[in-house]
Design a binder for this molecule. Sequence first.
Ligand SMILES: *Cc1c(COP(=O)(O)O)cnc(C)c1O
Length: 458
Amino acid sequence: MELPFAESYKIKMVETIKKSTREEREQWIKDAKYNLFNLKSEQVFIDLLTDSGTGAMSDKQWSAMMLGDESYAGASSYYKLKDTVKDLLGFEYFLPTHQGRAAENVLFSALIKEGDIIPGNSHFDTTKGHIEFRKAKAIDCTIDEAFDTEVDHPFKGNINIEKLENTIKEHTPEKIPFLVVTVTCNSSGGQPVSMQNLKDVRAIADKYGITVIFDSARFAENAYFIKIREKGYENKTIKEIVKEMFTYADGMTMSSKKDAIVNMGGFIGLKSEEIFKKATVFNIIFEGYITYGGMSGRDMNALAQGLDEGTEFDYLNTRIKQVAYLGEKLTEFGVPVQKPFGGHAIFVDAKKFLPNLPKEEFLAQTLAVELYLEAGIRGVEIGALLADRDPETRENRYPALELLRLAIPRRVYTNNHMDVIAVALKNVFDRRSDITKGLKIINEAPIMRHFTVELDKA
Ligand SMILES: *Cc1c(COP(=O)(O)O)cnc(C)c1O
């Protein structure tokens, strides 16, 4: 008999989580104005709000923390991290930042001016925010297959090369300081970009003399999918694949809270000394001196160790198999989910789940609240609340997809938790015809409303 799959680690420290009664949850979610961001974490049994900064560090990471060098300038922790970035990712120049959006803030301050165009694949919301804040424009060149949850394409994060080239021709290369490739593509569901696509993007960028930046939060999960799905890479190690991926980039921004398995941190990697020098000035203003930039020495040590562990096949196999395990269970129960399953999360199609609710009643948020009421599980809405209002007309924007995202923290939950999540959603699915009312907005902020919005039953 073939041995079943098991996690590539064992547990050394545990954190207690508490179940609650449905009655308690009804009161708590009402007090939270039906916004799951307002819940206290102890009111949540299984927290799938995000995989960002919620991972469990290893014994080696914790021990690396004890060796942190907190010197203001020239700390050994800085050099350790700088060497890891060079060896693993191939970037000669490196700046630490306190998280991913800080890396964007610093690098974009050096590169973007008003009126610029930044093509890419479904830019992450903070990336887009930092582009638009500088009165520049993000243009989405993702392949069309990404926007259909049923199409089974192995690399839904890919950039449509023709769309990219047309965008460059239309706006002229002078208006394009860089293009951004998000690996994996978060906004389209944690979907990977193929090595071939990275090569093709590089060729177009070279043709027009454009800088290529990778938004790299989940680069290791991307490398895993290349190994599993792309011909010619099945026998390469994750570290070899990662190294090749970054040969096609001039620079990168990183949210270390994702694939580097730390709770806080980020960085910029660059090949050009000229861009590095420009960015350094902004790093010192916004983040901190060159050799710590918003991070303590111990955190840089844990990050260096996390980058090494996060690019090991056995770890990635455990992680991505767990996400797929949940996806398969849900599929078995008939719950409509996005396919293929992404690297860090399962996306439930709320429009297919609750076809009878009008879009004005926030389907995905209604489903998120129902799942919380069912079992104390916290997911997050990726739908009309997040899409916000049109800045000009102030009308609600209703996106093509209403999704409930179940993001899986790294090395935190067991497959027993996945079973609970799957059954809880199945129970909601079985009683879906009883869900006849959605939610309405009582109060909202002028931008980024989903974090603080107050809702009530419609
Ligand atoms: C999380 C994330 C960011 C922003 O990073 P923070 O650490 O949250 O500031 C940028 N891009 C992508 C693709 C991300 O997933």
